[in-house]
Design a binder for this molecule. Sequence first.
Ligand SMILES: Nc1ncnc2c1ncn2[C@@H]1O[C@H](COP(=O)(O)OP(=O)(O)OP(=O)(O)O)[C@@H](O)[C@H]1O
Ligand SMILES: [Mg+2]
Length: 296
Amino acid sequence: MSIFSRSEGAPKTTRTPEDTQPSPKAETPRPDGSPAAGAPGERKTTGPRVALKRLDAFYGETKAVKDVELTFEPNTVTALIGPSGCGKSTLVRCINRMHEEIPHARAEGEVLLEDRDLYGDDVDVVAVRRAVGMVFQKPNPFPTMSIFDNVAAGMRLTGGRGHDLRQRVERSLRGAGLWEEVKDRLDTPGMGLSGGQQQRLCIARTVAVEPQVILMDEPCSALDPIATLKIEELIEELKTRYTIIIVTHNMQQAARVADTTAFMLSGELVEHAPTDTIFTNPSDERTEQYVTGKFG
Ligand SMILES: Nc1ncnc2c1ncn2[C@@H]1O[C@H](COP(=O)(O)OP(=O)(O)OP(=O)(O)O)[C@@H](O)[C@H]1O
Ligand SMILES: [Mg+2]
């Protein structure tokens, strides 16, 4: 899948694995919405590198994200931590261009997916949101839809149907670790699941459209410890296929799931390092104060 609405906008040098697949037109999504051969929950390719370059994000005149330079490596989990209001959600929403949907909000700088700027002139915003999936704090299944339809919704938009659609729904639910729990009640409402199951349903819905990057904004904050553990195990598994960025207030969670951790304060990135380093030997005093619970 290309994020470019016109092929001439695509840089010719470095190509993502998807773009090297034989395709008559790189900019045309495949009929089933998938970017390449492979299926939801089965893709073995690597996620892309995501790089923020001098990223600023504004609400009106107020700058909520300030000059952030941050690289998220493929197939790693990066935790974003920092006190409430420091800009974590704003920053992740810039990565799938949802920030600009808020009235008077805008972003400046670059968000590179490999070497492609998601804020380039000829980028197709819908394709960006498909390439960069998002899971929110509160599980948000489509309220009127069945379990099956919740997962199938995005695939139907891109033309999936019939036997292929059923297979892909199953693979996505398996990929989200939910299949065994729901396989006998796929036609019942998604809202009838427990909170933890609903969150895995939302993850299934996200992976169903084959994103390359998954953003998670406090995905476990509404869940009990058992459901949280299941999501964390899932994140560990998902990182073999995707680049994952997770916002969390839970330091133990960051320590458990994240390869690297980035600490933000007042809209600025203070420090980004291997998670162990952030928790045991950070280079900035403010990081140490935050992770040891002295503020925030
Ligand atoms: N829709 C909005 N309109 C105006 N200002 C906003 C909006 N959303 C967030 N802000 C402001 O931007 C700053 C960063 O907010 P953001 O939600 O990104 O913080 P956060 O780190 O995610 O906080 P939390 O941990 O509480 O979720 C805050 O000062 C906040 O008040
Ligand atoms: Mg937030």
